[in-house]
Design a protein around this ligand. Sequence first.
Ligand code: EPU
Length: 345
Amino acid sequence: MRIEEHVALAPYTTFKIGGSADYFCNVRTKRDLEDALAFCRKKSIPFSIVGGGSNLLISDSGFRGLVIKIELRGRLSRDIDTNFVEVSVAAGENWDTFVEEAVLRGVYGIENLSGIPGSVGGTPIQNVGAYGAEVADVIVSVTACNAETGTWHRFTADECKFDYRTSYFKTLVGRKYIISEVTFRLQKQGRLNTSYKDLTNYFIEHKELPTLLSVRRAVLEIRSRKFPDLQTYGTAGSFFKNPIVSASVAARVCKLFPNIPLFSVSKNKTKIPAAWLIEHVGGFKGSTSRNVGSFQNQALVVVNYGDAKADDVMEFGNNIINDIYAKTGIQLEREVQLVGVFDVQ
Ligand code: EPU
């Protein structure tokens, strides 16, 4: 495995933003990963992991340490019984290629997660979700290397502590684990879930019965309307998480904005769509500042319309955070992962 120096990172992200890494390597085997982590320990430098680069905002000054690009490949499928199949997929595999293969094979469970950019290894970290499904529903285990000791551990789904857009791997103690493989349990005879509003409407409008293939087609079509073409513009998808608030906060916000859509998560927890706040409370939808904007078809998506800098993106995001906080008392949290040091905090 070769460790390069002074490597530009922007091309490795879908935002197309960021400075250079002091050190950079491609990891193709588990041994490569162990060596890369040993290099960091020896030099006492930090590491940062890049998979598909679809949820990252890298600082304009880059990263003072080793950036490890996960290129682990391969998948292994096991028949469990008449109902289930388990597939172990290496972290560097493209997520949507895996979803497409599952749909073509006729196995259920991830069709609603079609069209999400990025690699398989990134999906458990933020418990990727869309259109009424999330990877936590189908993950059996996650294999990861402890960066401090170089030893391997297999996490059960429970140990992953999945929640809305988060997991153990995002916590202070969990961050030292580098994911090499994820095992999914998919169903041979599944039930399709088209209860998400956009999907329900699609099948009503198209007068079509949902099948595995048509659900994938529907999700891809809906996504193509809501997200900018990654070949044309840079983006990391949703820039913020949807805030989850207590019943009393939800009631207060509802009094201020009676049209706000609210989604009950549990008895005392309500999810508020950040996109709605950004569009209807902040008025930011479709607005731009220094080549950074909130996408005209989905307010939660922040777009790099030209040669935007990471600091411009941060400033744009901070304006939204401050404005929504001033008007509602709700503090939006960024969903994108920040890498490196930022001038604009
Ligand atoms: N809405 C607006 N304005 C907009 C867009 C949406 O007011 O411009 C309101 C609507 O009321 C809509 C609600 O917000 O009903 C929810 O919108 P949408 O269904 O588009 O989903 P979202 O909550 O904004 C989440 C995920 C997306 C995922 C979609 C579809 C998060 C942070 N984002 O967005 O995930 O694709 O649901 O299921 O949970 C990502 O994480 O990068 C991502 C794109």
